[in-house]
Design a protein around this ligand. Structure first.
Ligand SMILES: Nc1ncnc2c1ncn2[C@@H]1O[C@H](COP(=O)(O)OP(=O)(O)OP(=O)(O)O)[C@@H](O)[C@H]1O
Length: 240
């Protein structure tokens, strides 16, 4: 098997006086979707932000594509090919959809073929291309946030709860876009509470508790084992 695109080794991150990540070990295989699961507040978002550099790790190591990025600034991690879609969307409300997308481009102008693909994946963005992003619906803002992170090809995408609060029809649009992204060869680390999406998209899974990864394996294995789900996450995926 080839080297994982990302390995976390014993990662510790503090937020203020709180010791949030307490030795996270995690591998994200190349070209796969890895689900990061767990109860609320166990450190999933903090893990993504530590990988991106928005929180700096106190100790431990982040290896990305053969390089130690633990101490690099956010901008260098982005240039190295990591894209991050935060849960709070981070779009600019006063700018148009187009302007938001252009701001997502770091290496040159918006590539027309990439734009065509994104507008076919998320047609509403084409309809509102010249509208202010603040006027979009909640689901459309979420699509814009994801589409902006996909506007240039990245090797690794970190995506935090992309389907949160979305209507079922939009959830399947989002899931399809992520499937297409994977088909293009990207690696994805995905935090997702919607278990039917997790089951449908995930190749492997890592479950966190109390600032650590407590289980890793195939997503299909976790999805098939109710006792394991109850033990790791306190719930059964079938009921969610
Ligand atoms: N800015 C902050 N200041 C203080 N504590 C924080 C901050 N951000 C997160 N935390 C705390 O860190 C812990 C982990 O939070 P995190 O958002 O990483 O969890 P999560 O697993 O993503 O949770 P959820 O599923 O609820 O989104 C929580 O106890 C949270 O309260």
């Amino acid at each position: 098997m080839s080297e994982p695109i990302l390995s976390l080794r014993g990662l510790h991150t503090d937020i203020a006086q709180y010791h949030i990540l307490q030795g996270v070990d995690l591998e994200v295989p190349r070209g796969q979707v890895t689900m990061l699961l767990g109860r609320n507040g166990v450190g999933k978002t903090t893990t993504l932000k530590s990988i991106m550099g928005q929180w700096s790790a106190k100790s431990g190591q982040i290896l990305y594509d053969g390089q130690d990025i633990t101490r690099l600034p956010v901008s260098a991690r982005a240039r190295a090919g990591i894209g991050f879609v935060p849960e709070d969307m981070g779009i600019f409300r006063d700018l148009t959809v187009e302007e938001n997308m252009v701001l997502g481009c770091t290496t040159g102008p918006l590539d027309p073929a990439r734009k065509d693909w994104l507008l076919s994946a998320f047609p509403a963005l084409g309809t509102f291309w010249h509208s202010e992003a603040g006027n979009l619906s909640g689901g459309q803002k979420q699509m814009l946030s994801i589409a902006r992170a996909m506007v240039e090809e990245r090797k690794l995408y970190l995506i935090d709860e992309p389907t949160k609060g979305l209507a079922p029809a939009i959830v399947s649009t989002m899931a399809q876009a992520l499937r297409e992204l994977k088909a293009q060869g990207a690696s994805i680390l995905l935090v997702e509470q919607n278990f039917s999406v997790a089951r449908a998209l995930g190749d492997s899974a890592a479950v966190m508790d109390d600032g650590r990864v407590i289980w890793t394996g195939e997503m299909a294995e976790l999805a098939a084992n109710k006792d394991l789900q109850e033990r790791l996450m306190g719930l059964s995926m079938e009921t969610h």
